[in-house]
Ligand binder design. Structure first.
Ligand code: NG1
Ligand code: ZN
Length: 563
């Protein structure tokens, strides 16, 4: 009775405006922040139910719209392992968000509780951790989420404050593992593991002063704020934060941030000719995306970009190198550590990166767009590295591998080998596994791992950038009446419906050959695919060809077929 009353009550407090339709897309619900309260409240109900279902394990809610404009907002749910909410709950999430009135909402919940066997009504408990980014609608939406959570009897909400998205995911994960989970624990882990990584840099490497200077574009979001808090404790790099979100610095994600520089390839607001040649990193509004760039020409404000694919390539090289040292060092200690290393990309990965990774003999697999797919795939390996081209990604280590690594390090340290290359390599992998966020892609932890690896290799930004050259590519957005009429298959690389569209794409693609310079890829024609976005009301078109002119024209002609 009490439960029913609470649900009816909360639903009547947040009526659904007519004409609103929410869909739990690539990364939860997103819309204009001012219209989001009903969906966020219902996400609160959903998160509490999820926790009840999972025997009271902590579940997370993040209120953010990531790289999208400041007026937008969104909400997504993190499962107890710190990853995205299990996908089989998404249809219920959609139905709940769109329930037209309190009665319909109550009936939906009761039916779902029954179908899923959620022990509601018993002596259950539930806990939900909440985090939000710096958007002005964040506080108001947080309140809507709290009301939703409190509508479930026995549910307990814990507001963790203003955080980066990956911080909240990390906290949920740690809380459920019964290990330290506060923000200061998060910072301590980053700072300590980064220091250990630097201690393991070979003595002949350590760079000059320029190599230590790093300018970080914080997208006027939360990432810059957090970095400012810890940068003094990060010895070994000299971080300058621009677009830090402070009063007067600019608007969230506007002409700045990882999405902007990755798509536009020009310098941000806040950068000047004086920055030519300096290594720069760019975060997105909630600091789960990271790309690097270098202002290459002051006059044309052009940049050299290192995107998620190249960050992934750097991580893959580093990890492979450490595994090789451990397994083939030929040192006096003959211990090995078998490890399945897997690379996970999406169709948006630049073809040159895929070829580079395959040439290294690495196993590369593809999933549809969205971290929920990439992360899950990466977990199938001992070490799984995944990145989206836009800069969202991480490295995940299996528990089993980590425990083998731990015992190997112990053995090596107790023998005469504690100064050996093998021991150092094992320690580097251990430190990297603690530095890089195991729950989700995290720009802050990714940035520190990049910096440590560049120092380890003694590499400049240019050395890294020149690992391979990106194929020219173009991404376009097309507005259509109903984007769901386009259905894709084969990890989104082919359109299955309408079938005539794929025929047109094939025809256009055939016209654009890759010239010989790029023929070391495994295809010689251009590449193009389209898919409906899961976060915006658009269809995305992606094209690659041998020149920028051709990539642009391929994308444009396919966009015409989509319209
Ligand atoms: P959609 O809108 O489904 O393409 C975008 C990004 C994803 C992911 C999500 C979540 C591209 C092409 N797509 O998804 O990679 O980051 O947003 O923020 O970059
Ligand atoms: Zn983001």
């Amino acid at each position: 009775k009490e439960q029913r009353r609470r649900l009816l009550d909360v639903a009547s407090r947040f009526p659904l405006p007519s004409g609103c339709r929410f869909s739990y897309g690539t990364a939860g619900f997103r819309a204009d922040g001012a219209t989001m309260a009903p969906a966020v409240c219902r996400a609160g109900i959903l998160a509490a139910l999820r926790s009840v279902k999972l025997a009271g394990a902590a579940v997370g809610i993040v209120i953010t719209a990531s790289h999208n404009p400041v007026g937008d907002n969104g909400v997504k749910i993190a499962d107890p392992d710190g990853g995205m909410m299990a996908q089989h709950w998404e249809p219920f999430a959609d139905a709940l968000a769109n329930a037209p009135d309190p009665d319909a909402l109550l009936q939906l919940v009761l039916q779902f509780v029954k179908d899923e066997g959620i022990p509601l009504g018993g002596h259950h408990t539930a806990q939900v951790l909440l985090g939000r980014d710096t958007r002005p609608t964040g506080e108001y939406l947080l309140d809507a989420a709290l009301q939703g959570i409190n509508a479930i009897v026995g549910a307990h909400a814990i507001d963790m404050g203003i955080l980066t998205t990956p911080q909240l995911h990390w906290m949920v994960r740690n809380k459920n593992k019964g290990i330290k989970a506060s923000e200061s624990d998060y910072f301590t882990q980053l700072i300590d593991s980064f220091r250990r990584m630097l201690e393991l840099v070979p003595k002949d490497k350590g760079g000059d002063e320029l190599a230590k200077k790093l300018i970080v574009d914080g997208a006027n979001g939360i990432g810059g704020v957090k970095l400012e808090q810890i940068k003094a404790e990060l010895s070994g790099i000299d971080i300058i934060v621009r677009n830090s979100g402070k009063e007067g610095e600019g608007i969230l994600n506007h002409m700045c941030g990882a999405d902007f520089v990755q798509k536009e390839r020009v310098t941000h607001h806040g950068f000047s000719p004086e920055d030519v040649g300096v290594r720069c990193a760019s975060l997105d509004g909630d600091a789960d995306r990271l790309v690097y760039f270098c202002v290459s020409s002051a006059s044309e404000n052009k940049v050299d970009l290192v995107d998620g694919d190249k960050i992934l390539s750097l991580f893959a090289l580093f990890i492979r190198e450490q595994l090789d040292i451990i397994n083939n060092s030929g040192s006096q200690v003959n211990k090995s550590l078998p490890a399945r290393l897997g690379i996970v990309q999406t169709a948006y990965a630049n073809g040159a990166s895929t070829q580079f990774l395959k040439n290294l003999g690495l196993e590369v697999v593809f999933t549809p767009t969205g971290v929920k797919y990439l992360h899950k795939k990466a977990l199938e390996y001992d070490i799984g590295i995944y990145f989206e081209a836009n800069g969202h990604g991480t490295v995940v280590f299996s528990e089993e591998f980590l425990s083998q690594l731990d015992s190997l390090s112990n053995e090596l340290s107790s023998e005469t080998a504690n100064g050996s290359a093998q021991y150092h390599a094992a320690m580097r992998l251990m430190a990297a596994s603690q530095l890089i966020n195991q729950a989700v892609g995290d720009a802050l932890s990714g940035l520190l791992l990049v910096e440590a690896i560049l120092q380890y290799k003694g590499w400049s930004f240019q050395n890294w950038c020149e690992l391979y050259s990106d194929l020219p590519s173009r991404q376009l957005k097309v507005k259509v009446i109903d984007r769901s009429s386009i259905v894709t298959t084969d990890s989104e690389t082919k359109v299955s419906q309408p079938s005539s569209l794929q025929e047109s794409i094939d025809k256009e693609t055939g016209k654009h050959q890759l010239n010989r310079m790029h023929c070391n890829t495994n295809y010689t024609h251009g590449r193009c695919f389209v898919r409906p976005s899961g976060t915006e009301d658009v269809v995305r078109v992606y094209a690659e060809a041998s020149t920028q002119v051709e990539a642009d024209s391929l994308a444009r002609s396919v966009a015409h077929h989509v319209e």
